[in-house]
Every structure is written in structure tokens, then in C-alpha cells.
Design a protein around this ligand. Structure first.
Ligand code: AMP
Ligand code: MG
Length: 413
């Protein structure tokens, strides 16, 4: 059976980044940059004052109390009308351009203005050339790379792009994920389950995971375990970049998802991965020539047990999302951590075990939760991470090194 690493590699090899598009910067939050962005300006565009105070020539200061003539005032948004001459000072506000001749700004708190004499007394010890001045181009220079391709745009990236005047940016489109729950036992969450029935909790969870991964999410409701109904919904779902089905991928009599997908023209890339939970996970593609608009589609059949669905989304679907958006590395990054308690792990497959994650002075500490297996979603509400236990039988002592996949930020960002 395929290892997690090999399955992830197959996703990386199969999924290609989407074509870039242009968006207004104001609508670019959460998008990924399609190309490097070079600054067109020096920022700040002029030497500027970082304080309210007096612009002075340090050559005039004697290291103690010095009195200078105040000859002008310059505020933010103005250009200085004159320079600072010998034994002169210009009153300056934060953000204003430094007048010619000045090479330092003395903070207002260290000065005493004499209105009648038009002079200022300055306590000048510790005022060196350059004090309280931010030089032109100190934070970015024209031609310099502000942001690299592949960077996901958060508030601070948007601010930096705005600073350099990029009011439209070339990005990769936000992928759309459709979620289709399958199973005769499922009822919508606002209905009372009858005998043998359960609520369709996976739909809500997977739609939320899709949104948390930065995608648009679309619900396709519940498909019964009937071939025609499944195929009809699958065709609808194949309009999205990614279709996630839940349930129906195991070996049961009504596990119709793989054959229904095949009937809809989807090519299987893999079925079953050596992982716990989530062994029956299925991945395939609709090749470009078979899709309505010539763009390929990714299809995931996630096992119906809620924790299997959740874990497979974090490991595999997120890798496809990252790949579509050109984020490197696309595959989940694990974080070295210490285990917070004694723990015996035994399993024939690598296990992604729900755990509490804390940041201590000793670094990350992950403590396995009292998790009862793939149907026990309840325990995962206290989890911030999955501990990646290798297959085998091992007694862990508190403090032993382990690897974890932080939840919600499994990769990218
Ligand atoms: P399956 O993968 O279809 O064999 O389902 C495995 C288990 O997950 C069964 O116990 C199902 O009842 C349960 N299950 C399947 N789909 C869902 C869903 N949408 N929400 C909650 N549980 C589900
Ligand atoms: Mg089922």
C-alpha cells in the first residue's frame, strides 16, 4: 500500500498551479502572488523625521545645553521652504521631510522653546548624526523585490504592496471546493435522525476546512448510495476545482464512489494509503480534455468516519490546494515537538493522533488526547495538532521527541 509520502508526491505531480489572474489589491486578501513584485519606489521616498522635535545640525551641538534660533516649521505633507543654517533649528513633526543641512532630530521632550526670543534650548547629549531620521529607501528601494511569487497575502503583505503602489496584483485564483456527503444513513443537521440514521456532520466540517484553507466552499448536500444519484451530483461537483466526497470509498457493498467517479470520466490516481485514520482515501483527476472548460479537476474520496475525513483533508486536500496556488512546499510540514506524557503507541500504519499542542519555554509540547478512533470527532475539539506516530510498537517517555502536524496550518502560510 502507498505511503503517505508517496501519496503526497502523487498529488504534487498530478496537480498543476492554476493560471494567474489580476485582482484589485483591496480584494487580494488570502490570494497567492503569481509573480515576484519589485518596488517601483524608494520608501520612504525622502529622509523623514521619526519624531516631533527640532531638526538640527549636530555640528552646532556641544554635547550639553545648546541654544539655537528657530527659523521655520515643517509638518508632514509639506516640503521644507528653507534649510537649517549654522546655529539654527527647524521645528519638525513626525513624517515631515528633513530640511537641507539638518542631520538629526531632537525630540520635543528634550527641548525648551522660548517664544519671545524665538530660540530653543536643547539638551544635546546623545544626539548623534542620523538620530530620529529614517533615510530614503530604508525599508524598500526601487527595483528591489518586495514579495516573492508564491507568497500568500496577509494584511501586512497587502500593506507593503499598497506602499509601493501596486493597486492591482497578479495572483492565483482562489480554488473552489465542492463537498458531497454520501450515505443512506445521513440526514441534514437540522433534522432528527430516525432509527439507524445519523446527522451529516462531515459536510459542515469539510466546508469549514475548505474555507479555513483559503478556498471558496460549496455544498452539494447528501447523495444516497445509488449510482444515478451519485453520478448526477458528481457531475455537478466536477464544475469546482476540487470535489471532496465523504463516505463510500471503503470495500462495502454500497461503497459506490470509485466506480461512480470512473463512470463520470475521473481517472483514479490512488486508492488506499498506509495511514491511520483514513486508509481508504481515494484521489483522482478529471483530465483537461474531459472537463467543460479545459481545466483539470481534482477529486478526493474521503472516508466517511469523521476523523478520517478531517485528517485526510488536512494531509491530502490541503496539499492539492497549495499546489493549485503555487505554494511551496505544498505538502504538510511537521514540527519537531516533545511528547507531554508517557504514551504507548502501537499500530501497523503511521498514525496521525489528535493532540493538545502547547508552546512552553522548552518549545512545542504535544500531549495525545483520549481519542477513541476514527469515529470519535468529539475528542478532536481539544486538538491543535496531530502527532505523526510512525508504524510500530513503542513506549514513549515524557519529553521524547515526536513530530506533529499543527492543525489548520498544516502547510503553506
Ligand atoms: P463510509 O466511509 O461510507 O463507509 O462511512 C464510514 C462511517 O462514517 C459510517 O459509520 C458512516 O455512518 C459515517 N459517516 C459517513 N458519512 C458521514 C457524514 N457525512 N457525517 C458523519 N458521519 C458519516
Ligand atoms: Mg457510506
Amino acid at each position: 500500500m502507498l505511503s503517505v509520502e508517496d501519496a503526497l508526491q502523487m498529488i504534487v505531480d498530478t496537480v498543476r498551479p492554476s493560471n494567474a489572474c489580476e485582482v484589485e489589491l483591496s480584494a487580494a486578501l488570502g490570494h497567492v502572488l503569481a509573480a515576484d513584485v519589485l518596488s517601483t519606489i524608494d520608501s520612504p521616498p525622502f529622509d523623514k523625521s521619526m519624531m516631533d522635535g527640532y531638526a538640527v545640525r549636530t555640528a552646532d551641538l556641544n554635547g550639553g545645553a545648546t541654544t539655537l534660533h528657530v527659523v521655520a516649521e515643517v509638518t508632514a505633507g509639506m516640503t521644507p521652504q528653507r534649510g537649517v543654517g549654522r546655529n539654527e533649528a527647524i521645528r519638525i513633526m513626525t513624517g515631515a521631510p528633513i530640511p537641507e543641512g539638518a542631520d538629526a532630530v531632537v525630540r520635543i521632550e528634550e527641548t525648551e522653546f522660548d517664544e519671545s526670543a524665538g530660540t530653543v534650548r536643547i539638551e544635546s547629549s546623545g544626539v548623534d548624526s542620523g538620530t530620529n531620521i529614517i533615510r530614503r529607501g530604508a525599508s524598500m528601494r526601487a527595483g528591489e523585490r518586495v514579495l516573492p511569487a508564491g507568497r500568500k497575502l496577509r494584511a501586512q503583505e497587502l500593506g507593503a504592496l499598497a506602499e509601493s503602489g501596486e493597486h492591482r496584483v497578479s495572483v492565483l485564483p482562489i480554488p473552489e471546493i465542492s463537498v458531497l456527503a454520501t450515505g443512506d444513513e445521513l440526514v441534514p443537521i437540522d433534522q432528527q435522525p430516525g432509527p439507524g440514521q445519523i446527522r451529516n456532520s462531515n459536510e459542515t466540517m469539510l466546508l469549514a476546512q475548505a474555507r479555513a484553507a483559503g478556498c471558496r466552499a460549496k455544498s452539494l448536500g447528501i447523495a444516497r448510495d445509488r449510482r444515478e444519484e451519485l453520478e448526477e451530483r458528481i457531475r455537478e461537483g466536477l464544475k469546482s476545482d476540487i470535489l471532496c466526497l465523504s463516505g463510500g470509498v471503503s470495500a462495502g457493498k454500497f461503497d459506490l464512489v470509485p466506480s461512480a467517479l470512473a463512470a463520470c470520466g475521473v481517472r483514479q490516481v490512488f486508492h488506499k494509503v498506509q495511514v491511520k485514520p483514513g486508509k481508504p482515501v481515494w484521489f483522482g483527476v478529471l483530465e483537461p480534455e474531459k472537463s467543460a472548460d479545459g481545466r483539470p479537476r481534482c477529486i478526493f474520496g474521503l472516508p466517511g468516519n469523521p476523523v478520517s475525513s478531517m485528517v485526510c483533508f488536512e494531509l491530502f486536500v490541503r496539499a492539492a490546494v497549495n499546489r493549485l496556488q503555487g505554494i511551496e512546499p505544498a505538502t504538510p510540514r511537521t514540527t519537531a515537538s516533545k511528547i507531554g506524557t508517557r504514551f504507548h503507541h502501537s499500530g501497523d500504519r503511521p498514525t496521525y493522533f489528535p493532540a493538545r499542542l502547547e508552546w512552553t519555554v522548552d518549545g512545542a509540547v504535544a500531549t495525545p488526547l483520549d481519542w477513541k478512533g476514527s469515529s470519535d470527532l468529539r475528542s478532536t475539539v481539544d486538538a491543535q495538532a496531530l502527532i505523526a506516530f510512525p508504524a510500530g510498537d513503542r513506549e514513549y517517555r515524557q519529553g521524547d521527541r515526536i513530530e506533529v502536524v499543527p492543525l489548520g496550518a498544516a502547510c503553506g502560510l
